[in-house]
Ligand binder design. Sequence first.
Ligand code: PGA
Length: 298
Amino acid sequence: MKSSLFCYTIEMSVRANNNVNSPKMRFNIIIYKNLKQRMLEWRDYIMRRKVIAGNWKMNMLPDETIKYIDDLAKLVDKTQNEVILCVPFTDLFYALLTAQNTNIKIGAQNMHFEEKGAYTGEVSAKMLKSINVEYVIIGHSERRQYFNETDESVNKKIKSAFANGLKPIVCVGETLEQREAGETTEVITKQTELALEGLTQEQVENTIIAYEPIWAIGTGKTATSEDANNSIKDIRKKIAEIYGQNVADSVIIQYGGSVKSKNAKELFTMSDIDGGLVGGASLEPEEFSKIVNFDKEA
Ligand code: PGA
């Protein structure tokens, strides 16, 4: 807030003391407006923490989990960034025990929206919370694609996650066809709107959104940092329209899709990208630690 007040004050004093229609003044005002925009972006960049989450998908056994977390813990113990590992259900307990007394937080990759009942094979938010799981990925494109997850079930799951004290990491993203048809903004803002429908402002503020263009997941193709940043700005704009600018400014929005140590810095230093959801490159502690430590000197 302070920086925008500062710019506003400059702008007003310039206008008060000069003829605003002179070419020189118009030029000055354009410069000040640019400066103001830069300062607002810089403020947001400073205000929001960076959150780097690994999504192991259907990989790793308990013994591998223990070794991985022991190794990773030593490599990321100095970071100020938030480090999360979203592991398979069968690894959760081992991951939680091994990550105790480290700065690594543990999440699941899915959950059912009901608390309990006749849903063979499912795991509820309440069950995850009972063993101290902190995060849960909801609506990953692989779940939407292979397991019929819909915007409606995503919304129910987010509500159930909050009701049970879990923090959701909600995935949105467009297909290649949608991108080529120029529908990216419409698709991702609609998915965001439906996912967050009926949540309180506070819940929205505590939701992590992962913008993951589907064509970039596991393909080695990454969105350019500008494209990813612009899509994330679109999502933030939609949140501002519905929940207000302050909420939009504080929501963590990650980028996901072929993030690796080589491109992490370029992506995560963009104004609106608050870290990443990392699949393949999170399977090896050394590589994942370099992504977490993207802001440290090599
Ligand atoms: P990727 O996966 O990093 O392997 O592209 C990202 C994800 O699916 O979350």
